[in-house]
Design a protein around this ligand. Structure first.
Ligand code: SF4
Length: 327
């Protein structure tokens, strides 16, 4: 049986603030297989970006990983010293963000930035690094790689900047790419091109991709499996088709009802009432109960655990209603 490339076990992240402790991530479990595109989806503030940053041990101050294990290639990253993590970041696991300009240095050319990353992880000459960088840009379907290499980031369009970020991320041969809202800042056409590019990389190079997004449309188009995060917990997970076609958790159903779909029979979009909890106040029972139209006394007192939704065992959801409608 194929081993997962990445396994997150029972991850907890806390932020100590003057207002109180924010429980950002509350026992997340997930696995990403080699060559898989895995979607982590939820509203902003649900803990998905913090989960992504935890993998690289880059949770910003005052955040702290307080519990859990993150297995990558058989080793627990949370036990690794900072010197080992510096080697893993970029070389084995890379990350791209929503705004490429926040990651690209405006005063250096694209070529300088890609070759610097390559030379940090590989003992190659400047010329070899340059050639490898140009080859990566070419591989990503970027026309005239030499021109792009000699350009400054501000001379490129948003879509081209994001392609450059992907090239930087992959130039050292990373096996796992964490893509945090990589297309949110782009217009629809460019968005589709970037998603297509990521999908092609997954197929051609066998790169695993953790796609962090608020957009179920992006998940539907690209991801093999998906986990829906709410208040720092996975509330539903499984093969993308199963989760999106037969969502079992009322929160996932709410996200889907809020998604504009041209073919939908609904006349208007339905927003989920209320907002994502801030994480300071502890919510007893099901974390979604204050926003759930189906909540009852059990929901308010007992936290539901992940339960198989169907006989496949691959589709799970954390809701007391699972199985109740049957028989
Ligand atoms: Fe709603 Fe209860 Fe299910 Fe939570 S456990 S999602 S409150 S029905």
């Amino acid at each position: 049986m194929t081993e997962p490339l990445l396994r997150i076990e029972d991850l907890y992240v806390r932020f100590r603030t003057d207002e109180g402790t924010i429980r950002a991530v509350n026992g997340v479990n997930l696995e990403i297989m080699p060559g898989e595109m895995f979607g982590l989806v939820g509203e902003s503030g649900c803990g998905k970006s913090v989960t992504g940053l935890s993998i690289l041990k880059l949770v910003p101050h005052p955040g702290r990983i307080t519990r859990g294990k993150i297995w990558f290639r058989g080793e627990n990253l949370l036990e690794k010293p900072e010197s080992a993590m510096r080697e893993i970041r970029g070389r084995h696991i890379a990350m791209i963000f929503q705004d490429p300009m926040s990651s690209l240095n405006p005063v250096f050319t694209v070529g300088h930035q890609i070759t610097r990353v390559i030379r940090r992880h590989h003992h190659v000459s400047r010329r070899e690094a340059w050639e490898r960088a140009a080859g990566t840009l070419d591989d990503l379907g970027i026309p005239d790689p030499e021109r792009v290499m000699r350009s400054y980031p501000y001379e490129l369009s948003g879509g081209m900047q994001q392609r450059v970020m992907i090239a930087i991320a992959l130039s050292c041969g990373a096996e796992l790419l964490i893509a945090d809202e990589p297309t949110t800042a782009l217009d629809v056409t460019i968005q589709a091109q970037i998603l297509e590019l990521l999908n092609a990389l997954r197929i051609r190079r066998g790169v695993s991709i953790l796609m962090i997004t608020h957009d179920l449309g992006v998940v539907a188009e690209t991801c093999d499996r998906v986990a829906v995060l709410y208040a720092g917990r996975v509330v539903e997970s499984g093969p993308t088709d199963a989760v999106l076609q037969a969502p079992a958790h009322p929160y996932t159903q709410g996200l889907l009802n809020a998604l504009p779909r041209p073919s939908a029979r609904r006349k208007s979009l339905q927003a989920i009432p209320g907002s994502v909890p801030g994480g300071i106040e502890e919510i007893p029972g099901c974390p979604f109960h204050p926003r759930c139209a189906l909540a009852d006394d059990l929901c308010r007192s007992k936290t539901p655990i992940m339960t198989p939704v169907d006989s496949s065992g691959a589709h799970l959801a954390a809701c007391h209603l699972i199985g109740k409608s049957e028989g």
